[in-house]
Design a protein around this ligand. Sequence first.
Ligand code: ADP
Length: 402
Amino acid sequence: MKILVINAGSSSLKYQLFDMSDEKMLAKGICERIGGRGKLTHKTPDGNSISFEVDMPTHVEAFKQVQKVLSSGENPVVKDLGEIAAVGHRMLHGGDKYTKSMLITDELLEKLEELCVLAPLHNPANIMGIRSCRDVLGNEVPQVVVFDTEFHSTMPPEAYMYPIPYEYYEKYGLRRYGFHGTSHKYVSEKCAELMGRDIKELKIITVHCGNGSSITAVKNGKSVDTSMGLTPLEGIIMGTRSGSIDPTVVSFLCEKENMTPIEVCQLLNKKSGKLGLSGVSSDDRDLREAEKNGHERAALALKIQNYQVIKYVGSYAAVMNGVDAIAFAGGIGENSEPLRKAVCDSLGFLGVKIDDEANNRTLFGVQGEISAPDSKVKVFVIPTNEELVIARETVEIVKNFN
Ligand code: ADP
């Protein structure tokens, strides 16, 4: 069964095609700059890559180009588009109504629009991706929506409620939801698999650090707490997001800088975090280079990142009354040996012991254990695969549908 996975942003559309008989990825790519002269980059696992510019005024045109590139050329990935059995779409926010992946219908699409108020930066684009796909493929090809919040729907109220007047939770669903759910699910399951243990008997902390970062406490296979909240802004410092701050900063800036609350939120999402602090870049590679050259604010941004990851991992070990394994994922989790070392060294009192050689050797895309043989807590680097989780969920839903 071939499954196409779509992750639509406001001006981009990422795709991956899987053959689910062996879960092999057949092709992946991205359409960028949708809305004008777009660019499509298409890659296959044999190392071939093509890239071309073409007009992409809307997501519909972008999706038509994806269709074309999958089924044409010298070595088409699919001979006939009818081979695509179903499409799985990533959606950021499911609110508290949508806690499971679902088959998309006209009625559901209408209802999903209501969630845009909770995620105005992401959900409208995700919905646009779904609509474009349905426009081009028609309703015969089943489409499934998979929410980033899904995996965290098992959090208990003490982890998800904000201590504000209860009526705002009842009226607007104002609470913590958590994101990167497909990543935390994949990484925790893979971690249990690598340990050769049943996930139902494990306490795992998954550290997903990329442009966006979140940390999750996974107890017996279920998310019991996570660092992101109502939106992906809460939690640890990120590339351009501040992470958790005192909300008074918002009213203060509104007053002193004559900004609207929305402008301050944009500032906290797009111009803060490691970029805002360092004034150099949101990217750890640049920050590490700057740190080497004596840039103090770049060094501070990285120090804060280490410090906050340590704080969350330590508190999640306390919340779960122990931890059996810590798994690092995402561009930073997979590549930043100083971050992994700082976290493991700080948690030495819990019995975490890093193998420095293994830590220094584990680089992008390589999965491996980095704890010492006598470490009480196992530590892994696990490259995440959010698209595969979406493809798996899609197969499950479509199987039941048929
Ligand atoms: P996204 O959250 O957009 O999926 P990624 O998980 O790909 O992002 O993470 C991107 C980040 O990973 C980059 O901004 C950079 O900070 C970090 N990164 C990538 N390669 C390296 C590296 N070799 N060393 C340190 N950080 C890296």
